[in-house]
Design a binder for this molecule. Structure first.
Ligand SMILES: Nc1ncnc2c1ncn2[C@@H]1O[C@H](COP(=O)(O)OP(=O)(O)OP(=O)(O)O)[C@@H](O)[C@H]1O
Length: 268
């Protein structure tokens, strides 16, 4: 039987009256790249925060490589590398110092620390600029630095929440290239959320679509496209799954955020 990296059974979480996650059953197989897709507010981040033990243990059951998040929180944390949506690198530290901080946080043994930090920086292509302050890095380099932070403890499961949001196409390709490379070398499992359908199509072995706290579809990108018709794209699958389209509220939210950021840059 295929080993499961993550197993969620009837998982739920509510914020007050909002059912953010409403009865999710989800299996991520060991070694695969699994994409969790859905519009803004679908419940992806809440699901990920439960899997990574950052929210109190939920009704239902979640296991990570067979360990229950409710009873084996520390054991689960040791298996996971997590890159959250929010910035997790410190601009005032060098690239190396940022990664070294995570090595200490994750209890990488002192005698291995330097080689592990170097290895993680090398894996994301930042060894040459490791002594520069992270504040001088481009957006794509910062994302790769955050990847190195998550990789330094050699996790079996890498969890990435919108790893390429706000990056230009070249920087996005750079982030994915590194993820793929590390995965090929280590056999690590990757659980990722993204709004970029083309990325999900190209890089995910299987995907699940989420809408209003529930999973609406799951399968390989090819299976999901084929279920709609010979010429269907993953955008079409997304539209069908959410009953809306990419110009709906979710996309508008992103456009507004981008416009706000552009304005902020001009003002800054
Ligand atoms: N800390 C919180 N307090 C109250 N409501 C929350 C909180 N976090 C999330 N929610 C709500 O829970 C629902 C699911 O949010 P979540 O962030 O999980 O969605 P998402 O699919 O990750 O969205 P996005 O693509 O925008 O990141 C939304 O309705 C959101 O407003």
């Amino acid at each position: 039987m295929t080993e499961l990296a993550v197993s969620c059974t009837d998982v739920r979480h509510a914020f007050g009256d909002t059912k953010a996650v409403d009865g999710v059953d989800l299996d991520v197989r060991a070694g695969e790249v699994f994409g969790l897709l859905g519009p803004n507010g679908a419940g992806k981040t809440t699901t990920i925060r439960m899997i990574t033990t950052l929210l109190p243990s939920p009704p239902g059951r979640i296991t990570v490589f067979g360990r229950d998040v409710a009873h084996g929180t520390m054991a689960v944390r040791r298996l996971i590398g997590y890159v959250p949506q929010q910035l997790s690198a410190d601009a005032t530290l060098t690239g190396r110092e940022n990664v070294a901080l995570f090595a200490r946080l994750f209890d990488v043994p002192r005698r291995e620390r330097q080689s592990k930090v170097d290895g993680a920086l090398d894996a994301v292509g930042l060894l040459d600029v490791a002594e520069r302050q992270a504040g001088t890095y481009s957006g794509g380099m910062i994302r790769r630095l955050e990847l190195a932070q998550a990789l330094v403890s050699a996790p079996r499961l890498l969890v990435l929440d919108e790893p390429t949001i706000g990056l230009d196409p070249i920087a996005r390709a750079g982030v994915w290239e590194r993820i793929q490379q590390v995965r090929a070398e280590t056999g690590m499992t990757v659980l990722v959320t993204t709004h970029y359908m083309a990325e999900a199509d190209e890089f995910c072995d299987r995907i699940a679509l989420m809408h209003k706290g529930k999973l609406t579809d799951m399968g390989t990108p090819a299976e999901l496209r084929a279920a709609l018709g010979p010429d269907a794209t993953l955008d079409d699958v997304f539209r069908a799954s959410t009953g809306g389209d990419l110009d709906g509220d979710g996309a508008k939210g992103l456009r507004e955020i981008r416009a706000t950021r552009r304005t902020a840059r001009r003002l800054g």
